[in-house]
Every structure is written in structure tokens, then in C-alpha cells.
Design a protein around this ligand. Structure first.
Ligand SMILES: Nc1ncnc2c1ncn2[C@@H]1O[C@H](COP(=O)(O)OP(=O)(O)O)[C@@H](O)[C@H]1O
Ligand SMILES: [Mg+2]
Length: 242
């Protein structure tokens, strides 16, 4: 989940899409790479002292089960110096993150990475270790502003990884079809990105913003909410695309 802006729904999507995938029977791992550790706490887990990805031991040893059957997570760490080590150019080249993930990959159908709100080294490390980028875009003024740099970065990583990384999808969040602004952003984003924009959209829903404070996914907190429905739809679309 990548977007250099904060507050667009990366973490909400990482947590609830992961949960939906797990509930649909896919063994799923959520990896928290944001030092804010919001995905970790949203799942009712504790951030760790040091990030599992900078340890030499296998990632499997740091994976924790969540309350959702089939969903495991690698908690984030708030230790910035530690996270920095992850993302030095040398680390990216030696591919520690990618090696760790490749090892862990066997046990999972899906691994989702929640990225910090930047195009910095951490995000680039995550991109270099990934096969698909999912970019949430909030239906707000200036939704597309600043995306050029991010798209450039993604394109560069796609070239560097010989096409291992692909553009997986764009997700419109905080969607309200009654608003002129939402309709404008929808049209602009679909004109620009075309088919990779998901048909599914995520409405503004208070259940989605309340669930994390209970350490729950939206499926535990409010399974009948619009938010739960939206992430179920998105999950089905992801499964159909793959
Ligand atoms: N669809 C939504 N409806 C209502 N609130 C949302 C929705 N998506 C996210 N939020 C809330 O908006 C804030 C930012 O979302 P978050 O997923 O943390 O964004 P990011 O990870 O991109 O910074 C959080 O408080 C979250 O609970
Ligand atoms: Mg976040």
C-alpha cells in the first residue's frame, strides 16, 4: 500500500483487505513497515523494539497470529534508527527485505506491506521487494497532486526489478457519489490510470475509523457496515484479478 500522502487510507486498506483475504481462505501476512505502527495497533498487536526485517533470524520467528483466522502479521517498530538501517541503498541492493519475504512467501498466498506516507527509502525498499503496488487515492481536492514523483519512483523500481513489480491497482477511498468533488476525482483518476483503477470504491464510514481504536478489523468491529462490504468487494476483485 503506497501513497506519499498520509491519511489516504493505506493502513485502513492494508488491515481490512488483509482480513478479507484471510476470511476468504487465503493465508495472508501483513507486514508493517511504517514507524507509526498504525497497522500493528489496529490489529491489537504491540510494536516491537527492533524491526523483524533487520534481524538476521528468519522472518517466520517474528510472525504473530492475529484474532482473524488465517491472518498473521509482522509488527512494526517505532525505532527510526533501526528502520533506517533497513532502507540504506546497500540494504536495498543486498535485498535483505526481499530475501526475508521470499523465505516467508511459501507459507502465504498474499503478503501485504503497509508503507509510510513518503516516497523515501523505506517505501522504495518495500517496492523493490514487492510484485504489485496498490495505491489508495482519497477523493479530495489535490488528490492527484504530488503523484508524479511517486509514479516516477514506481516506474524506476519496475525497471530495476526487471518487471517483477507491476502496478496492481488504484483504489478510490472516502468515496461519496453524492459529491461533485468525488465524481470529478473519479473521472480524473480513471481517465489517467485506466483499467487498473478498481471498480470497488471505499465510502467514508465511521466504522472504518472506529475499529482501530478497539484493536479490531472492520469485520470484527462492524461486520454489517458499509466499510466491511466495501473491503469484501475489493477482496473479491483482487481475487478475480489474480
Ligand atoms: N473509508 C474511510 N472512512 C472513514 N474513515 C476512514 C476511511 N479510511 C480511513 N479512514 C480514517 O482516516 C484516517 C487515515 O486513514 P489511514 O488508513 O490511517 O491512512 P494512511 O495510512 O494513508 O495515513 C484514519 O483515522 C482512518 O481511521
Ligand atoms: Mg498509515
Amino acid at each position: 500500500m503506497v501513497n506519499q500522502k498520509g491519511g489516504v487510507g493505506k493502513t485502513t486498506t492494508a488491515v481490512n483487505l488483509s482480513a478479507a483475504l484471510a476470511l476468504s481462505g487465503q493465508r495472508t501476512l501483513l507486514l508493517d513497515m511504517d514507524p507509526q505502527c498504525n497497522a500493528t495497533t489496529a490489529l491489537g498487536l504491540e510494536p516491537t523494539e527492533g524491526h523483524a526485517l533487520v534481524r538476521d533470524s528468519a522472518l517466520a520467528e517474528s510472525i504473530e497470529k492475529t484474532e482473524t483466522d488465517g491472518l498473521s502479521a509482522v509488527p512494526g517498530s517505532r525505532a527510526f534508527h533501526d528502520i533506517d538501517r533497513l532502507s540504506t541503498a546497500g540494504e536495498r541492493e543486498s535485498g535483505r527485505v526481499r530475501r526475508h519475504l521470499d523465505e516467508a512467501m511459501e507459507g502465504y498466498e498474499y503478503i501485504l506491506i503497509d508503507c509510510p506516507p513518503s516516497v523515501g527509502e523505506l517505501t522504495q525498499t518495500a517496492l523493490a521487494a514487492s510484485t504489485e503496488v496498490l495505491m489508495p487515492i482519497q477523493c479530495e481536492y489535490f488528490a492527484m497532486e504530488g503523484l508524479t514523483q511517486l509514479i516516477q519512483t514506481i516506474k524506476r523500481v519496475i525497471i530495476e526489478t526487471d518487471g517483477r513489480l507491476t502496478f496492481g491497482g488504484i483504489l478510490l477511498t472516502m468515496y461519496d457519489p453524492a459529491l461533485e468533488l468525488t465524481r470529478e476525482v473519479d473521472e480524473e483518476v480513471r481517465d489517467f490510470f485506466g483499467d487498473i483503477v478498481f471498480d470497488s470504491v471505499v465510502p467514508r464510514d465511521v466504522s472504518l475509523s472506529e475499529a482501530p481504536s478497539h484493536g479490531q478489523t472492520v469485520f470484527e468491529y462492524a461486520p454489517r457496515s458499509r466499510g466491511a462490504y466495501a473491503y469484501t468487494q475489493l477482496c473479491m476483485e483482487v481475487l478475480q484479478r489474480d
